[in-house]
Design a binder for this molecule. Structure first.
Ligand code: SF4
Length: 71
């Protein structure tokens, strides 16, 4: 099930935790902020783990029916 991933880049501090956990889904852009490069790049479990690991809670996950999964 593909997640819809929203990243609040004003909160992201570019520590690269999400990109380390789910490197096929997230990457840091030229400004050092996380971006989604492929929303299905890693397993749902890995993506959820990466989103939960964000220390500033910059990411929000919804399922394909727009139901909020996290936070
Ligand atoms: S874990 Fe959060 S703060 Fe760190 S790079 Fe990813 S979105 Fe940014």
């Amino acid at each position: 099930m593909p997640y819809k991933i929203q990243i609040d880049r004003t909160l992201c501090m570019g520590d690269g935790i999400c990109t380390a956990i789910a490197p096929n889904t997230f990457e840091l852009n030229s400004e050092g902020k996380s971006t989604v490069k492929n929303p299905t790049g890693d397993s749902d479990e890995k993506i959820l783990e990466a989103v939960k690991a964000c220390p500033v809670k910059a990411m929000l996950l919804k399922d394909e029916n727009d139901k909020q999964v996290y936070p």
